[in-house]
Design a protein around this ligand. Structure first.
Ligand code: THG
Length: 266
């Protein structure tokens, strides 16, 4: 089954930031309930935007969100200390977002992850910065999966993120990500692939149509998870139709169910 990571609880979004500042639990509760109803599998929680407040904001958000949904959470921070605090505050196995091959992050995250009951997102990035070729991404993926397997993690618990970069910056960034996902799914059998889809459309108008088309191309490469807005019903319709066409919907059951529920219309 495709894993949808709902991206809306992120303090870089102005409304979320305001709600967190005011400790407006109703706003967060309402949003999380909607993401849940729209078909999220995980709720991403990113409290990074208010400098110096990340730990307190994260704790408050986790308490509110867990009162609003039964879904597991995707703890989104580059800071291993924040992830430790967050992990201690939740009552269901989370997804940890994220680990990478950057030396400091890797050295802090491997001991943290060892023996823990969780999934993890592995960013294909090392100390040399953002990948420039799909081979860089695939090589990063292979190294990081090997390191995670060495500490006892199973491939089925690893979500490899090729690090999607804007198409406005380099015309090859879309094809590079698709190619990387294809090779990762072939060469590292058993892992999942995911990513922040909307990165692709950064800096362009009409971003949602770009995100939707990109999702479908990534799914053709084997993508089986994405960080997206589940309340965008058009991207969710593309997702479900993509699953149908990719052969992941036996007897078209899910597609037909979504049509009957009014979630998919031509
Ligand atoms: N990989 C991983 N984690 C990630 C990302 C990734 N976490 C953060 C980010 N990228 C994914 N999360 C979001 C959350 C919200 C939005 C986009 C990505 C969003 N953006 C608005 C848009 O796209 O139109 C604009 C922002 C705004 O309104 O301020 O909603 O790549 N592992």
């Amino acid at each position: 089954m495709f894993t949808v990571i709902g991206e809306r609880i992120n303090t870089t979004l102005e409304k979320v930031k305001e709600a967190v500042e005011k400790r407006d639990a109703d706003y967060i509760t309402n949003d999380v309930k909607k993401q849940t109803a729209c078909g999220a599998t995980y709720i991403d929680v990113n409290a990074g935007a208010r400098i110096g407040c990340e730990a307190d904001d994260m704790k408050w958000l986790l308490d509110v969100i867990q009162g609003a949904t039964d879904l597991p959470l995707c703890l989104d921070s580059p800071d291993p200390k924040i992830l430790e605090i967050a992990y201690g505050r939740i009552d269901q196995a989370p997804m940890i977002n994220s680990i990478s091959l950057e030396t400091d992050r890797l050295n802090a995250m491997l001991p943290f992850l060892k023996g823990k009951d969780c999934k993890v997102i592995a960013l294909c990035m090392d100390d040399s910065g953002l990948p420039k070729h799909s081979d860089d991404i695939v090589n990063c993926a292979k190294t990081i999966v090997e390191k995670l397997e060495q500490i006892g993690m199973k491939r089925e618990d690893i979500f490899v993120d090729p690090l999607i970069q804007p198409i406005s910056v380099d015309a090859n960034n879309g094809a590079m990500a698709v190619e990387a996902v294809k090779t990762i799914m072939q060469d590292l059998k058993g892992v999942h692939t995911t990513g922040g889809l909307s990165n692709i459309s950064y800096g362009l108008p009409q971003r949602k149509i770009i995100n939707r088309c990109f999702l479908l191309m990534m799914m053709a490469g084997g993508l089986d998870s994405a960080i997206l807005d589940p309340m965008d019903n058009k991207i969710m319709a593309v997702l479900k139709t993509g699953e149908l066409i990719a052969g992941n919907d036996s007897f078209c059951m899910n597609f037909l169910k979504s049509v009957r529920a009014g979630e998919i219309r031509s």
